[in-house]
Design a protein around this ligand. Structure first.
Ligand code: SF4
Length: 285
């Protein structure tokens, strides 16, 4: 769930104008390489070669483009290649059965895991207004997967950032979407090497009703937009790293009021025709 609802909406409208963020480029290169290393059974050398090629492509595109570039003190464009190499080596050593220092949490699970495992739940089954769908980075199956209920699997999400995750919502969303409520789930931090810091386990599952409630809240924001409502914007310390900051009506530049006007007209245009027709019909009465 987005911390700033407005950011989600601006990203939909400005998909092709978003800033190039070093941390997103790095995350994509790592995710794609991990997926291929699992699916195609690459060795570490091949994985390193691939992740560096992905990063080089990203850097070349960022240099060519006129879009803004966002970096952080720990994730700069100049360190992307070495960051990617270090993290793919960490991943291989901590997760892959041929790794030098495998994390014990993976020992009880079969290799290879399923990758980019998609899921979809109907609105009826989810208790939401619309279907719920998504995909999970990796789904491991327990070696003794009989009579264990949902505990016969483990959900893993790879993280290339520098901070711990502040919320389990993402993992709980996967548990909910897959109908696997109390399945063990964790974030795996690719840039950590201390055993107790690599794996960030999710707390106990809050239950389907609570998840359905949280998802319904997000749906209401989307429905509001379809009804012509400007979403809320919640400025925070994250704004300088927001890829759509320049288009934002509260933090944007060069003109916040111009951004608000533009957003107003884009939201108006996003209203489905049947709603426009309903309004015209009601107005005509
Ligand atoms: S700049 Fe801040 S307030 Fe504006 S969309 Fe981005 S995160 Fe939200």
């Amino acid at each position: 769930m987005e911390t700033c609802p407005g950011r989600f909406v601006l990203s939909l409208y400005h998909d092709h104008d978003e800033a190039h963020a070093s941390f997103f480029g790095l995350g994509s290169a790592l995710h794609e390489t991990i997926e291929n290393t699992i699916l195609l059974d690459w060795d570490l050398k091949r994985a390193i070669k691939n992740v560096k090629a992905k990063v080089r492509t990203f850097l070349a595109e960022a240099r060519r483009s006129e879009r803004r570039i966002i970096e952080t003190s720990k994730r700069g464009m100049d360190t992307m290649l070495s960051d990617a190499e270090r993290m793919i080596i960490n991943w291989f050593n901590h997760v892959h059965p041929d790794g030098d220092d495998r994390h014990p949490i993976y020992d009880d699970y079969m290799w290879p895991p399923k990758v980019e495992q998609t899921f979809e739940r109907t609105a009826d089954s989810a208790g939401t207004q619309y279907p719920v769908w998504g995909s999970v980075d990796a789904l491991f199956r327990h070696k003794r997967a009989v009579g264990m209920g949902n505990k016969d699997h483990m959900i893993v999400d790879w993280k290339s950032g520098t901070q711990k995750q502040r919320s389990d919502f993402q993992l709980n969303f996967y548990r909910f979407g897959m109908g696997m409520g109390d399945t063990p789930a964790h974030f795996h931090h690719l840039d950590r090497v201390r055993k107790n810091a690599i794996v960030q386990q999710a707390d106990p599952y809050p239950g389907d009703p609570e998840m359905a409630r949280l998802i319904t809240e997000t749906e209401q924001i989307k429905l509001g937009i379809l009804d012509g409502k400007i979403p809320d914007f919640t400025p925070s310390f994250l704004c300088p790293y927001c890829p759509v900051q320049e288009f934002c009506p509260v933090e944007g530049w060069p003109s916040k009021s111009w951004n608000r006007l533009k957003l107003r007209s884009m939201v108006d245009l996003a209203v489905p025709l049947e709603i426009v027709k309903r309004k015209v019909d009601n107005g005509a009465q």
